[in-house]
Design a protein around this ligand. Structure first.
Ligand SMILES: [Zn+2]
Ligand SMILES: [Zn+2]
Ligand SMILES: [Zn+2]
Length: 438
């Protein structure tokens, strides 16, 4: 039997029961071709490449990550629970050192699911990586986590959940939001008052090629990771930057994805989007798998691969260089920026958000208030209006000081059902969830 350089665990969960529609690109064939290709390429001849069965997620991890409205059972399907459970299973295998690296090839995806979730947004209902982070913190006491989102769409849900959490560094590379759903992910989105600079966005112009993506890796992502020194690196491994993807406009290749994976060297990868079902996904997935396992990937190539045709313009090259310099300067000035906010003598840092649910065609309006606390990252209060519900969501962060924790519980007790349809409290410090509903 062959032996890969790194032992690798895989979970393959195509979710036969869940699709947007029979012809929509978000359907089970996204993984079926890949499974065939993996077999054809002889991946199962490697003694240290293992396939694991997924488990179902326990509700407590969903409750510590999301506020599901009206409730978990109304919006979260069994497929979603298994996809999120797969992320937990692969984390367990890596943390117990059964394998060195893990890749959960699962659907439905999750990175567009925000902290409050009313249902399907960008094919996501719950956020698989974010739920895994809560598991890693609770069960394995992991402190510093980096999530690198290489899906073509901005990982707006993951950004929302870790917005004010400096133990989670979130970096998203994506097609510029002026040209693609969800329309966010600009360089000025840099995190909440206690986590300024721990959210970094790299919006890339349409038709960026391998050269541009790898430039961002070498000149921004790798240097920032070296300085942040995460205990674990997670890759939201979306594959829709591929040149043949029908939903996007980028020029990334399977070789590019393999190189990117080798450079990031994530401990755990979780599949996000990628809709070029036959032309790209089998090659890209294989490139990622080979790179994770440390197997030579130089022969993995799409049949129609033509680097000349995919070359990015000089303007794009110049733009990306400036972009990386700018974003790196945000990272470098984060303490100074945070200090200014904390010294401004505000009680709360307030954000208004309007969140569109594209697959379901409705909009949520939120008012989010983050308490400026000198002892912890601060209590978060969200007032959310959507579908006739009015939700008061209170988050006690995992690093909460005693005052913020007490204040959170008091606000929950004093809030009146009647004014709100849902009053919800997520106490991440004590890992408890409370609800009052009308
Ligand atoms: Zn992304
Ligand atoms: Zn995507
Ligand atoms: Zn506090």
């Amino acid at each position: 039997m062959l032996k890969a350089k790194n032992s690798l665990g895989l979970i393959l969960f195509p979710a036969f029961d869940w699709r947007i529609s029979p012809t929509h690109p978000e359907r089970e064939e996204r993984l079926l071709y890949t499974i065939d290709q993996i077999e054809e390429e002889g991946l199962f001849d490697y003694e240290n490449v293992e396939i694991f069965n997924p488990e179902m997620i326990e509700s407590k991890y969903i409750e510590m990550t999301h506020f599901c409205i009206p409730d978990i059972s109304s919006i979260v399907t069994v497929s979603h629970k298994i996809a999120a459970g797969s992320a937990i299973t692969i984390a367990k295998k890596v943390l117990s050192k059964e394998v060195e690296k893990g890749f959960a090839l699962i659907r439905p995806p999750g990175h567009h699911a925000h902290r409050i979730t009313y249902g399907d947004r960008g094919f996501c209902i719950i956020n698989n990586e974010a739920i895994m982070v809560e598991y890693l913190r609770k069960e394995h006491k992991i402190k510093k986590i980096a999530i690198i989102d290489t899906d073509c769409h901005h990982g707006d849900g993951t950004q929302d959940i870790f917005w004010n959490d400096k133990d989670v560094l979130f970096i998203s590379l994506h097609q510029d939001g002026t040209t693609l759903y969800p329309g966010t992910g600009f360089t000025d989105e840099i995190g909440g008052p206690s986590a300024i600079g721990y959210t970094l966005n790299l919006p890339l112009p349409p038709y960026t090629s391998d050269e541009g993506f790898l430039y961002c890796l070498d000149n921004l992502i790798i240097p920032v990771l070296e300085e942040f020194k995460p205990d674990i690196i997670i890759n939201s491994a979306g594959q829709d930057n591929h040149y043949s993807d029908p939903l996007t406009n980028m020029n990334f290749s399977a070789q590019g994805y393999a190189k990117l994976t080798e450079k990031i060297s994530p401990d755990i990868s979780v599949l996000e989007g990628g809709y070029s079902i036959e032309s790209a996904l089998p090659y890209v997935n294989l490139g990622i798998i080979f790179a994770l396992a440390g197997i030579d990937y130089s022969n993995i190539r799409e049949p129609d691969y033509n680097p000349e045709r995919l070359k990015q313009s000089q303007r794009t090259t110049d733009y990306i260089k400036r972009l990386c310099e700018h974003v790196y300067s945000i990272w470098k000035s984060k303490e100074e920026r945070e200090y200014k906010i904390k010294m401004a003598n505000q009680d709360y840092f307030v954000r208004k958000k309007s969140i569109y649910y594209d697959t379901m065609g409705f909009r949520e309006n939120q008012l989010e208030k983050i308490k400026i606390c000198k002892k912890c990252s601060g209590l978060i209060l969200i007032d959310s209006l959507c579908l006739g519900y009015r939700v008061l969501a209170i988050v006690i962060p995992h690093d909460a000081c005693n005052d913020c924790q007490k204040e959170g519980h008091k606000l929950f007790e004093n809030a009146a059902v009647g004014d709100y349809s849902h009053i919800l409290l997520q106490d991440k410090k004590s890992f408890e969830f409370f609800r009052k509903t009308s």
